[in-house]
Design a protein around this ligand. Structure first.
Ligand code: NAG
Ligand code: NAG
Ligand code: NAG
Ligand code: NAG
Ligand code: NAG
Ligand code: NAG
Ligand code: NAG
Ligand code: NAG
Ligand code: NAG
Ligand code: NAG
Ligand code: NAG
Ligand code: NAG
Length: 413
């Protein structure tokens, strides 16, 4: 006799209008550390179209959640989904997404998806970070999938018209959220906490969000405590609105990294970032682009493309190393950048009301805008950032619109 997988209930629910029939699947946890993945997948199979899936218990997941082809689905996650920390199992079985060798535990895919409920996704990151610290070369970026891949707890992939709200995310082994080849995706009320309890094994690559080949993405009203990018606009992120975030301990809100792969064209355009509080961070408002490369097969620079129409508004920094940064020699040797400057162009970037304090890590330098070739239409108003001691300094290179900045530029030393 099989354990009952889930209760499927056909209920008449009124959704702002005439009553519609909604098939609800409520997943029963097996308990005792058994894998709830197959039952969760069965619930998506049965209720993933015009239905509702209720996840209100404590689930242990040891099976890839490949939930695709969803349509008009509500996912009420008020319980906890905890992924097993089984490196040997997940490294080959997590879904490989190619870009930066990212892989994922859960690929949520389809049209008109609403995930909500106040519950928790627990990535069990401690085990992964300790492995990463002990074997730093075990995987590159996300990993190489067969050996040591650190999966992303939630990927919204190949999806449209998605709302993700009121979730807690803890212990992500890698990026917390990946928005992959999707359009019209909104995140709100997300609480991300990526903290290690072992100072020899800090979280690695714990970005709040990475957006890739996606458009019309909104991220708002969320709190992030991590130690990599708070939000990162990766290649081909367009029409993105990020607002009302409280970021702590991060590497800032970053355009990029871009230009990593030789022969590729990366576009980041139409980005609005506003009402951000950024504390104890390496960067505030950042644009990071790899340098060039002589090798046609390079995965560490040499790509091209453009960044256009990016605005940072009402951005408060406190104890931030580089409050405003454009770096077109990211993760690249200075000599390589000198010989092969990045060909990715940057224009139409606006800083409005970036205020607060730097950490002093760069002494008096609070703004550092260094372009590989002329950056055009870069403007700043309302800039008021103070270093811990002395008066602020502003470094610029190849900024042709220096008269549209409300601070005096000096050349890099
Ligand atoms: C992906 O992994 C492969 C094999 O481990 C490695 O050669 C490659 O450099 C990695 N790519 C990135 C972008 O990290
Ligand atoms: C902390 O992580 C390091 C690196 O993986 C490991 O060697 C050490 O045993 C861990 N400490 C504890 C208390 O688990
Ligand atoms: C996502 O879409 C691409 C392009 O349509 C397709 O090749 C790929 O298999 C899809 N991925 C998944 C996991 O469904
Ligand atoms: C975006 O998705 C939301 C949620 O499904 C939907 O209400 C809205 O109409 C969509 N917007 C567009 C422009 O399609
Ligand atoms: C922001 O999110 C919090 C936590 O989810 C919620 O309580 C609050 O109502 C949200 N505020 C707005 C303006 O949406
Ligand atoms: C904020 O980040 C700092 C630096 O990483 C950390 O020490 C502190 O505990 C964090 N604060 C919260 C509320 O998590
Ligand atoms: C980005 O979009 C451009 C224009 O559609 C395309 O040529 C390029 O290949 C895309 N790049 C990536 C990394 O998807
Ligand atoms: C940016 O937005 C403008 C105005 O809506 C639009 O015309 C343009 O195509 C967008 N650019 C990209 C790269 O999506
Ligand atoms: C710039 O980007 C913003 C945010 O996505 C968008 O609203 C605006 O239309 C864009 N402006 C232009 C000129 O493309
Ligand atoms: C890339 O090309 C260079 C020069 O042709 C070659 O030396 C190197 O081995 C190649 N690397 C890879 C990973 O194929
Ligand atoms: C910038 O700050 C000033 C002074 O606080 C305020 O008046 C103005 O509305 C802000 N600008 C924007 C675009 O919010
Ligand atoms: C860069 O800008 C400077 C100053 O406006 C100008 O003299 C120079 O010709 C520009 N270089 C290129 C390659 O456009």
């Amino acid at each position: 006799m099989r354990t009952q997988l889930f209760q499927a209930v056909l209920a008449a629910v009124s959704v702002a209008g005439p009553a519609v029939a909604v098939l609800t699947c409520k997943v029963k946890a097996l308990g005792a550390g058994q894998d709830d993945g197959p039952n969760i997948l069965a619930a998506f199979e049965r209720c993933g179209k015009n239905g509702r899936i209720t996840l209100d218990e404590y689930y242990v997941v040891d099976t890839l959640l490949l939930t695709t082809g969803l349509k008009n689905v509500e996912i009420d996650l008020s319980g906890t989904v905890q992924y097993t920390p089984d490196i040997a199992k997940w490294s080959p079985q997590s879904l490989f997404l190619t870009y930066q060798n990212a892989t994922t535990f859960w690929f949520l895919s389809g049209d008109n998806i609403h995930l909500y409920g106040g519950g928790t996704l627990d990535g069990n990151g401690q085990v992964w970070w300790e492995h990463q610290a002990a074997f730093p070369n075990a995987g590159t970026a996300g990993g190489s999938s067969r050996t040591f891949a650190r999966p992303v707890p939630l990927t919204v992939g190949n999806a449209s018209n998605v709302v993700i709200q009121d979730l807690h995310m803890i212990g992500s082994p890698f990026w917390n959220n990946f928005v992959y080849q999707s359009t019209n995706v909104t995140y709100k009320g997300i609480n991300i906490n990526t903290v290690s309890y072992n100072s020899s094994a800090p979280p690695a690559n714990s970005d709040g969000w990475d957006i890739y080949r996606s458009s019309f993405v909104t991220i708002t009203n969320s709190t992030i405590n991590n130690d990599d990018d708070c939000v990162s606009f990766k290649p081909n992120s367009t029409n993105i609105v990020v607002s009302h975030l409280n970021c702590n301990g991060s590497h800032g809100i970053s355009v990029g990294s871009l230009g990593q792969y030789a022969g590729e064209t990366d576009i980041v355009a139409n980005i609005s970032v506003s009402d951000i509080v950024m504390k104890n961070a390496q960067n505030g408002a950042r644009i990071k682009v790899f340098g060039g490369s002589p090798f046609a097969n390079s995965t560490a620079g040499g790509g091209t493309g453009f960044v256009k129409n990016v605005t940072f508004t009402n951005f408060q920094v406190a104890n931030v190393d580089h409050p405003i940064l454009i770096d077109q020699c990211y993760s690249t040797a200075a000599a390589t950048c000198a010989e092969f400057p990045s060909t990715l162009s940057i224009s139409d970037v606006h800083y409005i009301n970036v205020t607060g304090t730097s950490s002093g890590a760069e002494k008096q330098v609070v703004v550092d805008l260094e372009c590989s070739a002329n950056c055009t239409d870069i403007t700043a108003v309302g800039t008021n950032i103070t270093p811990p001691s002395g008066s602020p300094e502003y470094v610029c290179k190849n900024i042709v619109s220096a008269s549209d900045l409300d601070f005096p530029c000096t050349a890099p030393s």
